[in-house]
Unconditional design. Structure first.
Length: 746
C-alpha cells in the first residue's frame, strides 16, 4: 500500500515554536494577582518535627501567607496515584531529606525565597534507612507503621509473585546453574525543565496548569485528596520540557491546588533545578537471580528475587515493581520454569516513580548479564545463546499472554551484523549484544474526537500530552493519511481535561498504538458519515464505490468537495462532521496485570567499547539499536527516540547514581555534582535500524517505541567491558574506579 504521509519524515509540527523560543512552558505563565510559593524543606532524612517557627516570616514584606501542617483546618491531606500516603506538607515526621515542611506565599518569587531564611524548625533525629539491607533488617524502624491497608511488614509496601512450571523439580536436569546478585542505582531523571505548577480557583473548583504527562490521573488524584468532584478539577497540561516519567504523576500539584482554594488566588510553585532532585527518582534495585541451563545453553529455569527501593512514599512505584517483575524471570526468552518474587520497599530517600523503561532496565540488567555469564560457561558466544532461547514469531513465551509478535531472531541478527559481530578486535576493545523487552500498560483506554470543518480543515482532540516524543506530529500524519489532506490542514489539541476526551495516560510507549488507533477510528467515522451524506443526497448510489481523498468525494456521478457536500447537506451555515474513536486494550480479569499485552516493545542493542586499564575509563565507541516497531509512522522521530533513550542508558551504565550518606542526606543533589552523559560521551558511531513487518496492532501495523532505547544498553556495555579486559562488574554504574579496582584485584 502506497502511503503519502505515514512512513515519511514529516517535520515536527511544533519545530518552529521550539527553535524560536515561542513555546510557552509553565514557568512562562504569569497571572494577575498571582502568589508565588517557595518550599521550606527538611535538612534531615528521618526526624520527628518538634516545632516550626514562622512568626518572623508572616510579618515579612511581600509575604501573603505561610502554611505548615498546623495551618490546615484538619489533618494534612494525603495524595498518591496508587496509595494515598504522601502529605501535602510533612505533618508529624519527615521521611526524606528535602521533604517540604512549610510553604511561603508572597507577591514575588524573590520575596518568597528570601522569607524562607526566617523559618526555624526543630527536630528529633531518627534513624535513616537508605538501603534494601537496612529496610529489611530485623528490628528496623517502620517508615509507615501507622499505615492501614498496606502490607508494611518490614517496610515492604507490597509484594508481587509470578510463577509457572516447577523450578525445584527441574534443577537436577540442569548442566549449569548460575547464581548472581546485580544492583541498579538510584537515578535522577535529569530533565531540562524544573518542576512548576500554577493553580487557580474557577467555578467552585480548581484549574491546574502543569507539565504533567497524565492529566486525567492527576485530576483523579487531586479530586480524591481535596474531596472534590472530578468535574471541579480541570487539568491543562503545558508543553513539557523533558520528563522521562518524572512528570507522570502528582508531585506539587495537589499542594498548589489546595493553596489556590484556600487563598482564592492563583498560586505558582516553581522549583529550582537543584530542588528537582528532591521530587522524584528512578527505582533502584537489588536483583538476585539463579538461572539453570542445559548443556547446550538452553534456559531451563529462572528463580528471581527483586527488591526495589521505592523511597519514602509509594507514588507510582508499586506499579513499576509489578510490571517490571512480570517479565523479570524470562525477558524475551522461552523459559519453561519461572519463579519471580518482587518487593516494593520503603526507605528514607526521595520517592521513586516511573522512568523510561518502567522497571525493565533493572530486570534486563540482571537477565541479560546472566545469559552473558552462561555463554562463557557453555562455550558459545553471546549471539548464539540468545538465538537458542528466543521464541519464534507466534510462539508463546509467557503462559497465558500474547505470543511473540515479531521475528525477533531477525532483529538480533541485524544488530549483530551492524556491529561486525565475529570480527577481530584490538587489545582492550570488546563487543557484546543484548535484548530489551517491555510490555505496555494492559487494558488501557484511549478516546479521540476528530472534527472535519466546513473549509476541509481538521481538528483532532486527544488526551495524550506532548513531551518531546512527537505524538502531535504522529497523530497529524495519521489524520492527514486518512483524509489525504496536507498536514498543515490538521490541528491537534492535546491534554486539557475540559476540552478533550479521556485518555488513561501518556506512558508505556502506548500512544502511537492506543491513541493512534482511536484517531484513525475517529477519522474513519467522519468518512463513514460523509459517505452516508452523499448517499442520502443521491449524489452516489448505495452500492457505488466511493473515493474520498484530497478534500473531494468522488463517485460515478461526479466529484463534490467536502465544503460543498456539507453545504448541501447541512445548509448555508454548513457546520462540521464529528467523528469519535476509542481503543480499549484487551481486558482479562483473570490476568495478573488485568489484561493481555497488546504488543511487545523489543529492541536489540550491540555495543563496542574501549577500556583504558591504567584508569578504568570506558569509552563507548559504537552503539547499535534495532527496534521491532512494526511500522515507523515517522522514521526520523523514531530513530531520535531510540538514540535518546540509549544515551540515557549510558548514564546509568557508566556514571549516574544518587549518593546518600549514612545519615540519609543526598550528597550530589544538583546539576554540578550529578554526572550525566554530555555530547563528549556520545559514541562517535550510533546507528539505529528498524524491523518493519507491519505486524503490530497499531495504525498501519505499528508497535510502540520510545522507552526501549533505555532498557538494554547497560548489559551490552558491561559485557563488552568484560570482553575487553576480563572483569565482571555486577553493580552499576561501571565507574572507572570500580573497573580499575577489579583489574588490580584480579
Amino acid at each position: 500500500m502506497s502511503l503519502e504521509f505515514v512512513g515519511k519524515n514529516i517535520q515536527r509540527t511544533d519545530v518552529v515554536q521550539k527553535v524560536t523560543g515561542a513555546t510557552r512552558y509553565a514557568n512562562d505563565i504569569s497571572l494577575e494577582g498571582m502568589l508565588h510559593g517557595k518550599l521550606y524543606r527538611s535538612e534531615h532524612a528521618h526526624a520527628r518535627i518538634l516545632s516550626i517557627n514562622t512568626d518572623l516570616v508572616r510579618q515579612a514584606e511581600g509575604v501573603a501567607a505561610v502554611f505548615t501542617a498546623k495551618d490546615f483546618s484538619a489533618s494534612v491531606p494525603l495524595f498518591g496515584p496508587v496509595t494515598e500516603d504522601q502529605p501535602l506538607l510533612a505533618e508529624r515526621e519527615v521521611k526524606f531529606h528535602g521533604e517540604p515542611v512549610a510553604v511561603v506565599l508572597a507577591n514575588t518569587a524573590e520575596a518568597a525565597q528570601n522569607a524562607l531564611e526566617g523559618i526555624h524548625a526543630e527536630y528529633e533525629i531518627l534513624p535513616a534507612i537508605c538501603t534494601v539491607e537496612a529496610a529489611l533488617a530485623e528490628g528496623a524502624p517502620l517508615l509507615h507503621a501507622e499505615a492501614t491497608g498496606l502490607s508494611c511488614n518490614r517496610n515492604i509496601h507490597s509484594s508481587y509473585s509470578y510463577e509457572w512450571g516447577n523450578v525445584e523439580e527441574c534443577r537436577a536436569s540442569c548442566a549449569h546453574i548460575i547464581h548472581n546478585t546485580y544492583t541498579f542505582p538510584m537515578i535522577h531523571h535529569s530533565m531540562i525543565e524544573p518542576y512548576c505548577v500554577i493553580a487557580y480557583p474557577q467555578h467552585g473548583g480548581v484549574v491546574i496548569e502543569s507539565p504533567v504527562q497524565h492529566p486525567f490521573i492527576l485530576r483523579r488524584v487531586i479530586a480524591s485528596a481535596l474531596k472534590l468532584k472530578l468535574s471541579q478539577v480541570r487539568v491543562i497540561p503545558t508543553d513539557i520540557g523533558g520528563g522521562f516519567g518524572a512528570k507522570g504523576y502528582s508531585k506539587y500539584e495537589p499542594l498548589a491546588a489546595y493553596l489556590a482554594l484556600q487563598t482564592g488566588k492563583p498560586v505558582k510553585l516553581s522549583l529550582s533545578m537543584n530542588e528537582s532532585f528532591f521530587a522524584a527518582r528512578r527505582l533502584s534495585a537489588r536483583v538476585a537471580i539463579e538461572s539453570g541451563f542445559d548443556a547446550k545453553g538452553v534456559l531451563v529455569f529462572q528463580d528471581v528475587v527483586a527488591d526495589y527501593l521505592i523511597g519514602a512514599y509509594a507514588d507510582a512505584a508499586p506499579r513499576v515493581v509489578a510490571k517490571g517483575a512480570y517479565l523479570g524471570g524470562c525477558g524475551p526468552y522461552k523459559v519453561p520454569n519461572v519463579r519471580i518474587k518482587a518487593n516494593a520497599i520503603y526507605s528514607n530517600t526521595v520517592p521513586a516513580t516511573a522512568a523510561r523503561g518502567f522497571g525493565m532496565p533493572q530486570m534486563v540488567w540482571a537477565i541479560e548479564s546472566q545469559l552473558n555469564e552462561a555463554c562463557r560457561r557453555v562455550g558459545i558466544d553471546a549471539l548464539e545463546i540468545r538465538l537458542r532461547n528466543l521464541p519464534d514469531k507466534g510462539e508463546v513465551f509467557v503462559p497465558g499472554d500474547t505470543p511473540a509478535d515479531g521475528d525477533w531472531k531477525q532483529g538480533l541478527k541485524k544488530a549483530a551484523a551492524m556491529i561486525d559481530w565475529g570480527a577481530a578486535t584490538q587489545k582492550n576493545i570488546g563487543r557484546s549484544i543484548s535484548i530489551g523487552i517491555k510490555n505496555p500498560i494492559p487494558a488501557a483506554v484511549s478516546n479521540a474526537i476528530v472534527k472535519l470543518h466546513a473549509d476541509d480543515s481538521v481538528t483532532v482532540a486527544v488526551g495524550t500530552t506532548e513531551m518531546g516524543q512527537g505524538a502531535r506530529t504522529v497523530f497529524t500524519q495519521i489524520a492527514a493519511e486518512a483524509f489525504l489532506l496536507p498536514v498543515d490542514r490538521i490541528t491537534v489539541i492535546m491534554g486539557d481535561t475540559a476540552a478533550v476526551p479521556f485518555d488513561l495516560c501518556t506512558a508505556g510507549s502506548r500512544s502511537t498504538v492506543s491513541m493512534g488507533n482511536a484517531v484513525q477510528q475517529a477519522c474513519n467515522d467522519v468518512l463513514r458519515q460523509l459517505r452516508e451524506m452523499a448517499q442520502e443526497l443521491e449524489l452516489i448510489k448505495p452500492d457505488e464505490e466511493v473515493k474520498i481523498s484530497g478534500g473531494l468525494v468522488t463517485g460515478c456521478g461526479g466529484v463534490i468537495s467536502y465544503p460543498e457536500l456539507l453545504k448541501k447537506y447541512l445548509g448555508f451555515n454548513q457546520g462540521e462532521v464529528v467523528g469519535k474513536g476509542i481503543f480499549k486494550g484487551t481486558k482479562d480479569v483473570s490476568h495478573v496485570l488485568g489484561g493481555l499485552t497488546d504488543f511487545w516493545e523489543v529492541i536489540f542493542t550491540a555495543a563496542e567499547v574501549k577500556v583504558e586499564p591504567e584508569t578504568g575509563k570506558v569509552t563507548v565507541s559504537k552503539l547499535v539499536n534495532v527496534s521491532d516497531l512494526g511500522k515507523a509512522i515517522n522514521p526520523i522521530q523514531a530513530k531520535s527516540q531510540e538514540e535518546g533513550g540509549s544515551i540515557m542508558a549510558m548514564g546509568h551504565a557508566l556514571m549516574e547514581q544518587l549518593i546518600y550518606d549514612d545519615k540519609g542526606l543526598l550528597k550530589n543533589g544538583g546539576s554540578l555534582d550529578y554526572r550525566i552523559p554530555t555530547a563528549m560521551d556520545v559514541p562517535r558511531s550510533m546507528q539505529s535500524a528498524f524491523i518493519e513487518n507491519q505486524d503490530g496492532p497499531g495504525p498501519y501495523g505499528a508497535k510502540g517505541l520510545g522507552e526501549s532505547g533505555a532498557i538494554s544498553p547497560a548489559p551490552a556495555i558491561a559485557d563488552a567491558v568484560r570482553d575487553a579486559v576480563g572483569v565482571h562488574i555486577k553493580d552499576l554504574p561501571l565507574t572507572p574506579e570500580k573497573i580499575w579496582r577489579a583489574l588490580h584485584k584480579r
